[in-house]
Structure formats: C-alpha cells, structure tokens
Design a protein. Structure first.
Length: 301
C-alpha cells in the first residue's frame, strides 16, 4: 500500500509558459504518463488546477498559489494516509510502474527516510522518489517552523533534513524542462522496440481500457489471418476477438481464449486453402457415401 503525490503546477518558463503537464509525448499527456506509472497507488493526489485525466485522482493546491515545490508537496501530503508515499513531478515521460516498485522495494528494505533517483550526472531527483510519510511530514513541519512557511523554499532544504538512499536510473529520471527535451522524448518512443508498447499504452488510455494482454498472441493471430485468409482479415479478426472477449466478461483469460479459437480457425482455413487434409496432411478424397461400392457396369467410367 502506498499513496502518490504528483506535482503538476509551476510556470514552465523554459517552455515559454506552456501547459507542460498537458504536452503530449507519444500521443499521451505527460501527466497521464506519470499517472500510469503510479497506477498501483491506493490514492493519487495531483497538486494543480483540475483537468481531465486518464485516471481518477484527488486534486489539491498549495497555499499560497505558486508557492513552489515544498508548499505543493505539503498540500498534497495532507490528502494521504499511507505509510509510504511516492512523490513525482508531472514531466517524466519514461517513468514506469517497475521503477516506482523499485523505489518502494528499496525503501521497505532499508532504514532510510526515502529513496530517490539520480540522473545521468548523479544529481538527486527528489521528485522521483519514495518516502516514509511520517518522516516526510516531520521534515516539512520542521522547515515550516524554521522559515515561517514553505513558500519559495528549494527542494534541497528538504533533502538536507532526511536520511536518503539513492538509486540510479538515467532513463526514468529524464524530465522535460525544454522543448528540446520534449523532442528527444518524442523521438525515443518512436524507436524500434518502443513504438508498439507506447502505441498500445496510448490506445488503452484513450479508450479507458486497463487490461494487460499477451500482445504477441494477438500479433501472431493477425499475421496468420493476413497470410492464411486475406490481409484485411487481420484487423477485423483481432477486433472480433476483442468483442468476443468483452462479451465473455473481459480479462486476459477471455482474450486468450477468444484468440485461441480464432487462431485455430485461421489454421484450418489455411490448410483448406492449401488443399491439405487437416488430420492426415494428404489431399482430401472426393465426397462419397460411406456405403458406396465401385460401379462395375460395363459402361461405367
């Protein structure tokens, strides 16, 4: 069990004041990509003005508005109750659930107050981190008393009050501060080996589907339908598999069962097209009645 606090405010001056959380990378808003990475959270709090998101969240705002990351973190933390909290910025295009799990796993097996990622240069990324929530609250309260508030305080003040462990992850720690960063992120996810997973994730987000299926199974089915039947059969068959799975109650098992049946049909279709008997592998014999006997009439032929 953990809660998540996502900081999605800020002026984005290096982006010319653009709405950074709403900038799309791989067809998905940066904020939605981060929300997908912490989908396992019991409660997710986003500190920003409310907006449509792919996942349900609780909205919070710092006091005073524009008070900076520590004020925003304090505002978000007030809506959480879990012993562990993941704190994230909303501009992490390559953050994934497994990285969040790694942070939490390291925290739970250590005596540290928190675990944060470092970037390729070894710099701390306190907004890609997991913290022990009680210690985080204590540190924020201490800073509030010492400085008569949190507005305008830099994150390094918080880091100095905590016993932290570092984990290196150059990819997950990549954040988008400039338009060059955005361009780099957009180019990377279109590289071979990334693009299919990115596309499937984007489609599921836009369609409101939270389902993990065996994509290799579906790709094999589409290939066999295209080769054994006709090229347009590939997309139509996979659509029908999805429809059948939904009617059967949905879930990965329903998809796998529907795909198995369609795969078997595609194999039978291909064998018939090749003129092969499905069982013996020989050419099928002409249809004759089971009790037929040879015609022995002189003029038979």
């Amino acid at each position: 069990m953990y809660d998540a606090v996502v900081l999605a405010g800020g002026a984005a001056r290096r982006l010319g004041g653009a709405d950074k959380p709403g900038v799309r990378v791989g067809g998905r808003a940066l904020l939605d990509r981060v929300l997908a990475a912490c989908a396992g959270a019991r409660d997710t709090v986003v500190v920003a003005a409310p907006r449509p998101t792919a996942r349900p969240v609780t909205w919070a705002h710092e006091d005073p508005p524009g008070g900076g990351p520590l004020a925003a973190l304090d505002a978000g933390l007030r809506h959480t109750t879990a012993e562990h909290v993941v704190v994230l910025s909303a501009d992490l295009p390559f953050l994934e659930e497994r990285t969040v799990g790694r942070l939490l796993g390291t925290l739970r097996t250590s005596a540290a107050d928190g675990v944060l990622l470092t970037d390729p240069e070894g710099r701390d990324q306190p907004l890609v981190a997991a913290y022990a929530a009680p210690r985080l609250r204590e540190a924020l309260a201490l800073l509030t008393d010492r400085h008569e508030g949190l507005a305008g305080l830099p994150l390094r003040r918080l880091i100095a009050e905590l016993n932290l462990t570092r984990v290196s992850d150059p990819v997950a720690s990549f954040d988008c501060d400039t338009w060059d960063d955005i361009a780099t992120a957009r180019a990377r996810i279109r590289e071979h080996g990334h693009v299919l997973d990115e596309w499937i994730s984007a489609v599921k987000d836009d369609l409101g589907i939270d389902l993990d299926v065996d994509t290799r199974l579906l790709l094999d089915l589409a290939r066999d339908a295209a080769h054994g039947v006709d090229r347009p059969a590939a997309p139509l068959t996979t659509f029908l598999v999805g429809y059948a799975a939904a009617r059967a109650g949905g879930g990965p098992e329903a998809v796998a069962e529907a795909a198995r049946k369609a795969e078997a049909l595609a194999a039978r279709w291909a064998e018939e097209s090749a003129g092969k008997d499905q069982i013996s592998g020989t050419r099928p014999q002409p249809d004759v009645a089971p009790d037929a006997t040879p015609d022995t009439r002189p003029d038979a032929g």
